[in-house]
Design a protein around this ligand. Sequence first.
Ligand code: FES
Length: 296
Amino acid sequence: MTEPRPEPQPELAPSPTAARSPARPIALGFTVSMAASIGLGVVYALGGQVQLEGLLLFFALGGIAVGFIVWGGKLLPQGPYVQERHPLSSGEEEQEEATEVFEEGAESLERRRLLIRLLTGAFVALGAALVFPVRSLGERPGGSLFRTAWRRGSRVVDEHDKPVRPDDLAVGSVVTVFPAGNTDAADSQTLLIRLGPGQYRPRRGREGWAVGDVVAFSKVCTHAGCPVGLYEPDTHQLFCPCHQSVFNVVDGCEPRSGPATRPLPQLPLTVDADGYLVARSDYTEPIGPGFWNRDR
Ligand code: FES
C-alpha cells in the first residue's frame, strides 16, 4: 500500500509584514533630505556659508538616494515568482490565509502612501532650496548697460575735474576725460585726442561729432573691457595692452588687428558758450564688450 502524496502547497509571495522594518530607513532618508533642504534654504537666506551649504546639499541628495536604494532593494518584489496550480476549491485554512494577506496588503498600502508623501516632501523641499541660488545671479541690469554718466551738455573734464577747451590739447596728444562730477565713473572714461588738421575721416552721419580736430572715443576696449591707454600719434593708432587690439583713430577707431571686432564708441562733442568741450549726448551705442553686439 502506498502512502498518499502530500498535496502541493501554493508558493506565496513573501509576507509584507517581513518587509515592514525597511520602511523606517526609507522614511528616515527622506526626512533627513527634507530637513537638509530646508536648512540649505535657511543658510542661504542668512548670507550663505559654502562649506555648510555643501554639507547640507550632500544630506539633501544623499537622503533621497538612501531612500531609493533601500526601497528598491527591500520593498519592491525581487521575483521571479512561480505559483503552482492547485485545486480551485479552497479550504478553511486557505481562506484564513487569504484574508490575512488582504489585511496585510492594506497595511502595505498605508505604508506606501506614507513613503510617497515623504518622498514628495523631500523633492519639494530640495526643489525650493535649489531655487534660492537664482538670487545670486544679481539684479536685472535693465537699461544700465546702454547708458553711461554722459548726458547732453555734460562738460568734459580731466581726472581733476578741470574743464577742457579744444586748444588745451596739442596736436597728437591724448587725455583721459570724464563727464563733470563723475570722474569715478569707469564706464564713462573717454579718450580725447587731437589729430592733425584734416586727418579725421568721420563715419557717415558723424560729421559734426568732432570739434575741429578733437575727437572723443570710449576708453573701454570693446573686446573685454580693458582701458585702451596707448596712443601712437604717428600712426594714429590706439593699442589695448590686454590682448593687443589696435584701433585706427582717423577711421572712427575701427579695429585693425587683435581680438576686438567692434570700433570704440565715439562720443559726440561740441563746445558751450564759454568755449569748453561738452557732450552732445551720451554714447549712442553700448560701450565696452558691447553686450556682444546684440541689438536692443
Ligand atoms: S580687452 Fe582689449 S584686446 Fe582684449
